[in-house]
Design a protein around this ligand. Structure first.
Ligand SMILES: NC(=O)c1ccc[n+]([C@@H]2O[C@H](COP(=O)([O-])OP(=O)(O)OC[C@H]3O[C@@H](n4cnc5c(N)ncnc54)[C@H](O)[C@@H]3O)[C@@H](O)[C@H]2O)c1
Length: 367
């Protein structure tokens, strides 16, 4: 095998991932799958070859001329589609978040790891050049010990209004956008094992029909089905003593912004604008870094997925990472609901899977 014949499920974010694959000399997009045929036919005009079209992912997964499947459906369909692909011997790449619940994420990771097939998260923030640059510095020891992080993703008015999947159970701001900064910050901290999460979350705009993208007003029968968070924030404590504060807002009375701050013993950093903070000869030194234009995150993702399949390279973003991030997200949301800190003893890289979240009553709370 010297090329990867890929099928793309979901013609939203699937298009970006497909472009990355078709820009790779060893990648081909041979099939598209969506419930909406017009979306597939519109996108097919960009492809260098005529793909096959499927409206059923089950039928698509039975196609022997497909090696790998990208899953880009609404959250609630990630696990059913990826499981079907694995059952049919296809390598899988899944968009974020891994799943709509911790249980579904665990089921998928168990199946993926038992299959021996390549399984990878599509993480456009972790694979962006600025986050990768900070990761390279961290690996080189430039920050010393990185002992604290702060990550946030804030929109003034950005609740997605084109798919019910975003606002129904299993959707929400934290699983949609918090997941990106949480994953990237956790990766930059060196992927420590999470041990406890304290969170707060709610929906202050969406159920009132406010805060949607471009101030467009979705119909009431859309927003009356709101069953997720539109903001969430919390604090995650890790086994090695590292701490991470993380927040995400789909809508707020605050300016837009995506930020990750790293606190290290030898240096610190901010993602936007990309800045390093050191003390040199006793004086503070701030360095703003301008990275040369390079390939997009989608190209890095596609290249890595393809090299894992064709060259046997170890995957740097396996679904297990998505599971650990899911565990932290679900704990944050659970903590918000129960008012208690949630203790975790679960799915650190390489550790066996357990169903792990355990709510611990806050001191003084009724038993
Ligand atoms: N940067 C990123 O990585 C990024 C950005 C945006 C969205 N996403 C993720 O992508 C997913 C989809 O979001 P979107 O914005 O692309 O939504 P979208 O609504 O634009 O696209 C989803 C598509 O999936 C199709 N679909 C739904 N159920 C299906 C099924 N059972 N079988 C086949 N097709 C089905 C829909 O018809 C739709 O065309 C979400 O999980 C979201 O978190 C990731």
């Amino acid at each position: 095998m010297n090329e990867v014949r890929t099928a793309i499920v979901g013609m939203g974010i699937g298009r970006q991932n497909a472009r990355g694959i078709m820009r790779n000399p060893r990648g081909r997009v041979v099939a598209l799958c969506d419930l909406l045929e017009n979306r597939m036919h519109e996108f097919a005009k960009e492809l260098p070859e005529e793909p096959k079209f499927y409206t059923s992912y089950e039928a698509m997964c039975r196609d022997p001329e497909i090696d790998a499947v990208f899953v880009g459906t609404p959250n609630q369909w990630h696990v059913p589609v990826a499981l079907e692909a694995l059952r049919n011997g296809k390598h899988v790449m899944v968009t974020k978040p891994l799943a709509d619940s911790l249980e579904a994420a665990q089921e998928l990771v168990e199946a993926a790891e038992a299959s021996g097939l390549v399984n990878m998260m599509s993480l456009s923030t972790r694979f962006s050049d600025d986050v990768r640059y900070l990761g390279t510095l961290r690996e080189a020891g430039e920050f010393g010990e990185v002992y604290y992080g702060h990550a946030r993703s804030v929109r003034r008015s950005g609740i997605p209004n084109w798919s019910l999947g975003f606002i129904e159970r299993g959707g929400g701001a934290f699983r949609d956008m918090g997941v990106h900064v949480l994953d990237s910050a956790w990766w930059l901290l060196g992927m420590p094992k999470p041990v406890s999460v304290l969170g707060t979350a709610g929906a202050k705009f969406g159920p009132r029909g406010q805060g949607y993208w471009h101030f467009s007003q979705p119909p009431q029968d859309f927003y009356s089905r709101y069953a997720a968070d539109d903001y969430g924030g919390g604090f995650i404590r890790f086994e090695d003593g590292t701490g991470l504060q993380v927040e995400s807002f789909w809508a707020s009375h605050q300016p837009d912004g995506l930020q990750i701050e790293l606190f290290g013993t030898e240096a610190g950093a901010r993602l936007s604008p990309l800045t390093l903070y050191r003390t040199v000869c006793g004086a503070p030194q701030d360095v703003t870094v301008t990275l040369p234009d390079g390939p997009q995150a989608w190209d890095h993702l596609a290249a890595h997925f393809i090299e894992c399949i064709l060259d046997g390279v170890e995957c740097q973003a396996p679904l297990r990472h998505g599971l650990i991030v899911q565990e932290m997200m679900e704990a944050l949301l659970e903590s918000a609901e129960t008012g208690h800190e949630v203790c975790l003893n679960g799915a650190a890289p390489g550790a066996p899977l357990t169903s792990s979240a355990q709510a611990r009553p806050a001191e003084g709370a009724p038993a």
